[in-house]
Write a protein that binds this ligand. Sequence first.
Ligand SMILES: C[S@@+](CC[C@H](N)C(=O)[O-])C[C@H]1O[C@@H](n2cnc3c(N)ncnc32)[C@H](O)[C@@H]1O
Length: 245
Amino acid sequence: MQIALVSLFPEMFEAVSEFGVTGRAVKQGLVQISHSNPRDYTTDKHRTVDDRPFGGGPGMLMKINPLQQAIAAAKAATGEEAKVIYLSPQGQRLDHNKAVALSRERALILVAGRYEGVDERLIEAEVDEELSIGDYVLSGGELAAMVVIDSVTRQLPGVLGHEDSAQEDSYADGLLDCPHYTRPEEYLGKRVPDVLLSGNHELIRRWRLKQALGRTQERRPDLLQSRSMTAEENELLAEYLRERS
Ligand SMILES: C[S@@+](CC[C@H](N)C(=O)[O-])C[C@H]1O[C@@H](n2cnc3c(N)ncnc32)[C@H](O)[C@@H]1O
């Protein structure tokens, strides 16, 4: 997948291009990241990238021309059919399904705003969709773009090995993940559940599914309301709730 970043602070993206799962995906060529900085398209000696808002008021907006040219350069780098996403607190909220859908795109252009944001006409002309990472306001779109890159990259074929499958993660199957345990078998006086030491794969599968169902019911009942359940899942959830009561 190609990802072109439009940002005044390209250095920030080293956090995803150099480290961990995303850094590995970049090194393996599964994700190609390019940068397009509006500051490179300024024409004045101060390399100005902000401008005053019409109507007055506090704060500045991103200057139209450098931003528009940076987006054009990102399109030239990725191809015209790349989806242009403006990170914005006013956009559709990113969730698991959205990350999966975006992972099927060939190319994404992620536009990170700064200051009070971007001229509305530029959004209308250049942006395919606005995406928010939550109901709060960040100082810039870079962190939000990195959240998109990480959540989308995890969904790309070949990025996670079998041992670290995204299919087992929270939300993948409409459930939260089950609890996990590692060595030692006893820690702070608490033992690892016996079933996980049994070596019986079927029992372990059922235990994990039961914990995932119970945990989802307790923490995110809204997820279960919109999910159809198999007979086994209904049985395991009932068992979990009986054991807890
Ligand atoms: C200070 S914010 C501008 C907020 C804008 N005045 C508003 O209230 O809608 C600057 C930039 O941060 C980014 N940003 C802030 N919060 C975000 C969020 N929740 N999700 C995605 N991007 C966000 C956007 O790119 C935005 O242009």
